[in-house]
Each structure stands twice: as structure tokens, then as C-alpha cells.
Design a protein around this ligand. Structure first.
Ligand code: 6GU
Length: 246
């Protein structure tokens, strides 16, 4: 997967994506990051790419032409790659969208700053308007990094077996169950006894129950979207329960 990012702050995106699991994926060639500095396409010796808004008002607007030239400079491998504009006015990003974007061979991200970008170039190049949540960031770079991270997890070879076995739950709109490691007793708090039994059927049932409880308590909005689980399963606390009763 090739990620192209058009930005005024390429080092912000590079430093983030080249770290941790996505950084390993870049080194292994599973993903590639190409940044384009919009400022390199300024038409003046001061490298200014913003100007006052027509109609007046606060803030500056990024001009259409430097953005258009930055977009044209992208070394595309495919004919019409999707171009994602990061904006709080976009569709709110989620796990399903991450999975869908991961099917593309390459993606172009356009990061805005100031009050925005001249609408005319957006009409020409943008295919998807995406927000990462209902709050306002100072620019699109962090949002692009968030999307690149979530999308990369779906690119084959980015996660190892251990890392990928962890991420089933969000697909089902369920939160992860709690995790424990040594010591068995920490400051008087003990690891739940079921986890020490070695009975994997029982442990899986306990974890599923904890996932439902946690989702109900912390994210009732997600719980409403749970896929209906019809099969009853054995509860470690005795008897059988249906998911709907949890
Ligand atoms: Cl994509 N950009 C900005 N500037 N702020 C945001 C956002 C994006 N998503 C949420 N807030």
C-alpha cells in the first residue's frame, strides 16, 4: 500500500508513521509513505501558500494552485487514486472504512490548515471527505496519521500473528476483555481465578462475557450495533446465557 500525503508539515507525518508498527511496515516494504510539501509549490520567494478569504472574515485560506501542483506531482501508480481530504466536515472515520480503504493500492491524503483550502481545488481532486471525530484539530496531519495507522493494520503482513489475533473485537462492535500478566497478586489485587484454570473453553466464555459487560457499561452506543449473537454459551458463573442477557 502506497500512502501519499500532501501537507505543510511533512516531518510531522514522517516522524509518526516511521515509528512503531507502521515504522516496521515501512522498513519491510509492506507500506510506503511519500510526503509532498505544498509549500514547495508556492509561486513567490517567501513560500507563502495562504491568502485572505474573499468576502472577509478571520483566518487565512490555502490557495488552489499550490495544492493542485502538489497533487499533480504525486508519482501515481494507478490511474485515479482516491484522494482523502481531512476535515471536521467529513464523514466520521471508523473501522469499516479503514478496512475498505485498505483494499486500495494507493491513497492520497490532503491535509488542510488555517481556515481551509480554496474550494475550487477540492472540487477538482478530492474523492472522500473524512473526519476522525467531532472536535477540531489545528490541522489534518494528526488525522492523516490516525487513518494511515488504522488502515495499515488491514494491509497483509503489517501485523504479525500475535498482533492480528488481538483485533477481532472491534469488527463485532465489542470492546476487548481485560488483560493480566505477572505477578498473580499485585498490591492485594488478584488475577481472576478462571484465567489460572487452563480451561480454555471456560476462559473464552469468561472473556466474551467481560467484553459484553464492558461494552454495555462504557460504550452503550456500540452495544446497540452488536451483531446479534444467537448461540448460547456456557457461562463460567454457571448455566448458559444468551448474548442478549449480558
Ligand atoms: Cl480530519 N481535521 C481537522 N482539522 N480537525 C479534525 C479532523 C480533521 N477530524 C476531527 N477534527
Amino acid at each position: 500500500m502506497d500512502f501519499h500525503v500532501l501537507t505543510l508539515f511533512p516531518e510531522m507525518v514522517e516522524n509518526t508513521v516511521q515509528t512503531s508498527i507502521t515504522g516496521r511496515a515501512v522498513k519491510n516494504g509492506k507500506i510506503a509513505l511519500h510526503t509532498v510539501n505544498i509549500r514547495d509549490f508556492a509561486d513567490n520567494k517567501h513560500s507563502r501558500v495562504d491568502d485572505y478569504p474573499y468576502g472577509g472574515g478571520a483566518g487565512m485560506v490555502i490557495q488552489a494552485e499550490p495544492v493542485y501542483q502538489a497533487y499533480q506531482s504525486v508519482k501515481k501508480r494507478t490511474s485515479k487514486p482516491r484522494c482523502i481530504y481531512l476535515t471536521p466536515q467529513g464523514k466520521v472515520f471508523n473501522q469499516t472504512m479503514a478496512e475498505e480503504f485498505a483494499l486500495e493500492e494507493e491513497l492520497v491524503f490532503l491535509c488542510g490548515h488555517y481556515e481551509g483550502i480554496d474550494e475550487r481545488v477540492l472540487e477538482e481532486i478530492v474523492t472522500d471527505y473524512v473526519s476522525i471525530g467531532d472536535y477540531v484539530l489545528t490541522g489534518g496531519e494528526l488525522a492523516a496519521c490516525v487513518m494511515i495507522d488504522a488502515i495499515s493494520r488491514f494491509v497483509p503482513g503489517v501485523l504479525n500473528n500475535e498482533e492480528s489475533s488481538q483485533f477481532e473485537s472491534m469488527q463485532d462492535n465489542l470492546l476487548e476483555y481485560p488483560h493480566y500478566t505477572r505477578p498473580e497478586s499485585w498490591r492485594g489485587k488478584n488475577v481472576p481465578a478462571v484465567l489460572l484454570t487452563g480451561d480454555h473453553t471456560k476462559i473464552e466464555a469468561w472473556r466474551l462475557e467481560e467484553s459484553y459487560k464492558r461494552t454495555k457499561e462504557r460504550r452503550p452506543d456500540l452495544r446497540a450495533k452488536n451483531r446479534p449473537v444467537t448461540a448460547a454459551y456456557f457461562s463460567p458463573t454457571g448455566g448458559t446465557k444468551k448474548a442478549a442477557e449480558l
